[in-house]
Design a protein around this ligand. Structure first.
Ligand SMILES: *[C@@H]1O[C@H](CO)[C@@H](O)[C@H](O)[C@H]1NC(C)=O
Ligand SMILES: *[C@@H]1O[C@H](CO)[C@@H](O)[C@H](O)[C@H]1NC(C)=O
Ligand SMILES: *[C@@H]1O[C@H](CO)[C@@H](O)[C@H](O)[C@H]1NC(C)=O
Ligand SMILES: *[C@@H]1O[C@H](CO)[C@@H](O)[C@H](O)[C@H]1NC(C)=O
Ligand SMILES: *[C@@H]1O[C@H](CO)[C@@H](O)[C@H](O)[C@H]1NC(C)=O
Ligand SMILES: *[C@@H]1O[C@H](CO)[C@@H](O)[C@H](O)[C@H]1NC(C)=O
Length: 473
C-alpha cells in the first residue's frame, strides 16, 4: 500500500539548500485512502502467491522421519484492514496488521529410510500480526528513498490436516512439528516485507526526477530536502524548475519559501510557486521561442485596419506617402522573459517586447520602417472546472514607445490606442478562448484527481484534490 502512496506523491517526480518551488502534501485522509486501496491490492496479490517449501524432521519410536511441505498456495485470506499512520519519530510510516488468518493448501511428503509417503494437506494459520516501519529519505541525487527500519512478524497458531497416503499415521505427529512450522512461517514474514519494500525502492530509484515536458522545456523535480513527516501529514519539497532543453540556462531569479495553506478535507495538496511559472517563461525566452512574425494573413478579415502602408496613414502620416500601397510585416519578439506575479486571486503577467515593422516590396525584399518597444500587462484568474485548469485574462495596461525610425519621427499616442483596442478586441478574446478550454490536471495511468480546487495565493498556486484509483490490477 505504501507503493501506491509514494507513487501518488511523485505526480503530478539534485540540488541542496534551495527553496522548494513545488510542494506536495499528503494528508491523513490521503494516507488512509491509499491504505484502503493498497489493502485490496495486497489481498488480490496474496491469491497468487506461492510460499517456499517447508522442510524438517521429527522423531518417532522407530527413528527420524523427514518431511517436506511443498507447493504451498494461499486458498483464502481473511485480510483485516491494516493500520497506517505517519511516524514523525522515524520520518516515515508505521503499518500494522493484526489478526490475519490464512488458509493454505499444498502437498506433504515424508521420508523414513527407504519409505516414501505423500499426499495433500490443508493448513490454517491464525493470528498473524505484522508491524512494519519504513523511513522516507532524500537521496543525494534528489530521489525519494524508502527503507524498512523495523519489522516484526508473529504467528499464533497453525492447524494442519493431512490427506492421502499414510496420512492417518502421520497426522498425530503434526502436533510435534507445529512449532517448527510456525517458526518457518514467522521467519518468512519480514523478509517478504523487506522484499516488497526493496521492490518499491527500486521503482523509486528508477523514476525520473527530470523529464521533458514538450520539445522546448524540461521540468526538474528532485527533492530539495528530506521529506517532512508530521503526525497529520507528509510534505515533499521539490525543485520545480523548468529549463530550456536547448540552453539549460539558469534564470537570474531564485525561488522564495512559501507555506502551504491548511485546506482540510482533501487527500493531497500541491503548491506551485511563482518561481516555477517564471522559470517556464524564462525557458521559452532563452530558447528563442517568444517571437512571431505578424503578416496581413493573420489580421482578421473584419478588422478596420490592415497591415499595409496605406492603412497606417492615420497613425504615421508620412508612411503612405513614402511607400504607397505596400503590405507590411511586424516582427514581434520578447526583449525580456515574461514575468508572472501571484497575489490572492490574481495572476499578473507582464510582457516586454519589441516590434520591428517593415514594408514588403513586390519582389519580396523588405524595407525596415520603424521599431517599437511595448509593455503589455495582463491580469487574470485561474480555477478548476471539469478536472481542467482554466483561466481568463484582461488587459491591464499597454504602453508603446518609439525605439527607432527609418521614416522620420511620429507621435505614438494614436498608434498606442489603436494597438490597445486591437489587443482588447482580438488578442484577449483569443487567449481567453484557449484558457477556457483549459488544460488537464496532471494524472497518472491509474490515478485520477477528483474534487479538485485551485486558489491563487501570494507567491504560489495551491491545488487541493482527492484522488480516485481506477482499476489498479
Ligand atoms: C527517464 O528519462 C530517460 C531519458 O530522458 C528516458 O529514456 C526514460 O524513458 C525515462 N523513464 C521513465 C520511466 O520515464
Ligand atoms: C501539517 O501538519 C502540521 C503538524 O501537524 C500542521 O501544523 C500543519 O498545519 C499541517 N499542514 C497542512 C497543510 O495541513
Ligand atoms: C490596405 O488596407 C486597407 C484597409 O485598411 C484596404 O482597404 C486596402 O485595400 C489595403 N491595400 C492593399 C494594397 O492591400
Ligand atoms: C497586478 O496588477 C494590478 C493592476 O495593475 C495591480 O494593482 C497589482 O498590484 C498587481 N499585482 C501584482 C502582484 O503585481
Ligand atoms: C527589389 O526592388 C527594389 C526597387 O523596387 C530594388 O531596390 C531591390 O534591389 C530589389 N530587390 C531584389 C532582391 O531584387
Ligand atoms: C501603465 O504603465 C505606465 C508605465 O509603465 C504607467 O505610467 C501608467 O500609470 C500605467 N497605467 C495604468 C492604468 O496602470
Amino acid at each position: 500500500m505504501l507503493h501506491f502512496v509514494i507513487v501518488a506523491l511523485m505526480v503530478l517526480p539534485h540540488t541542496c539548500g534551495q527553496n522548494p518551488a513545488i510542494q506536495v502534501l499528503l494528508t491523513n485522509k490521503g494516507l488512509q485512502y491509499g491504505k484502503h486501496v493498497g489493502a485490496e491490492w495486497i489481498q488480490d496479490m496474496l491469491d497468487h502467491v506461492t510460499l517456499p517449501d517447508i522442510q524438517g524432521t521429527f522423531s518417532t519410536l522407530f527413528g527420524t522421519v523427514s518431511y517436506t511441505l511443498s507447493g504451498i498456495t494461499i486458498t483464502k485470506c481473511d485480510f483485516p484492514e491494516p493500520n497506517v499512520a505517519y511516524s514523525q519519530e522515524y520520518s516515515g510510516f508505521k503499518t500494522s496488521i493484526t489478526g490475519l488468518s490464512i488458509a493454505l493448501s499444498g502437498n506433504w511428503a515424508t521420508k523414513f529410510g527407504i519409505l516414501h509417503e505423500s499426499g495433500s494437506f490443508d493448513m490454517a494459520i491464525f493470528g498473524v500480526d505484522v508491524t512494519s516501519v519504513v523511513k522516507l529519505e532524500r537521496k543525494a541525487d534528489g530521489h525519494l528513498s524508502v527503507s524498512s527500519i523495523i519489522c516484526d512478524g508473529e504467528v499464533q497458531d497453525v492447524d494442519i490436516r493431512l490427506y492421502g497416503g499414510f496420512s492417518w499415521i502421520f497426522q498425530p505427529f503434526v502436533h510435534y512439528i507445529k512449532g517448527h512450522i510456525i517458526e518457518e512461517i514467522r521467519k518468512n514474514i519480514c523478509p517478504a516485507v523487506q522484499t516488497s519494500i526493496e521492490e518499491l525502492e527500486t521503482h523509486l530509484q528508477a523514476m525520473n526526477v527530470s523529464f521533458d515536458v514538450n520539445q522546448v522545456l524540461s521540468l526538474e523535480l528532485p527533492l530539495t530536502g528530506s521529506p517532512v513527516v508530521s503526525p497529520s501529514n507528509l510534505t515533499l519539497g521539490l525543485k520545480g524548475e523548468f529549463y530550456s532543453i536547448q540552453t539549460h540556462a539558469e534564470p537570474p531569479f531564485k525561488s522564495k519559501p512559501f507555506m502551504m495553506p491548511n485546506i482540510p478535507g482533501y487527500m493531497l495538496s500541491a503548491g506551485v510557486s511563482e518561481f516555477t511559472l517564471n522559470s517556464a517563461a524564462y525557458g521559452y525566452f532563452t530558447a528563442g521561442k517568444l517571437q512571431i512574425l505578424i503578416t496581413e494573413k493573420m489580421v482578421p478579415k473584419f478588422s478596420p485596419i490592415h497591415l499595409n502602408t496605406s492603412s497606417m496613414g492615420p497613425y504615421i502620416p508620412q508612411l503612405p506617402k513614402l511607400f504607397p500601397g505596400l503590405p507590411m510585416t511586424l516582427q514581434v519578439y520578447a526583449t525580456e522573459a515574461p514575468t508572472v506575479s501571484l497575489q490572492s486571486d490574481v495572476v499578473n503577467l507582464t510582457i516586454q517586447a519589441a516590434v520591428k515593422a517593415s514594408a514588403v516590396e513586390s519582389n519580396g525584399s523588405s524595407i525596415p520602417l520603424f521599431g517599437l518597444n511595448v509593455v503589455v500587462m495582463l491580469s487574470g484568474k485561474m480555477w478548476i472546472a471539469d478536472g481542467k485548469v482554466k483561466g481568463s485574462v484582461m488587459l491591464n495596461n499597454f504602453t508603446l514607445t518609439l525605439a527607432s525610425t527609418q521614416v522620420g519621427p511620429f507621435k505614438t499616442n494614436s498608434l498606442e490606442n489603436m494597438c490597445k483596442k486591437g489587443i482588447e478586441l482580438f488578442g484577449v478574446p483569443q487567449v481567453n478562448k484557449k484558457l477556457a478550454e483549459g488544460v488537464m490536471l496532471p494524472r497518472m495511468k491509474h490515478i485520477q484527481p477528483v474534487n479538485s480546487i485551485l486558489t491563487v495565493e501570494k507567491g504560489f498556486i495551491s491545488i487541493s484534490s482527492d484522488a480516485q484509483v481506477l482499476d489498479m490490477l
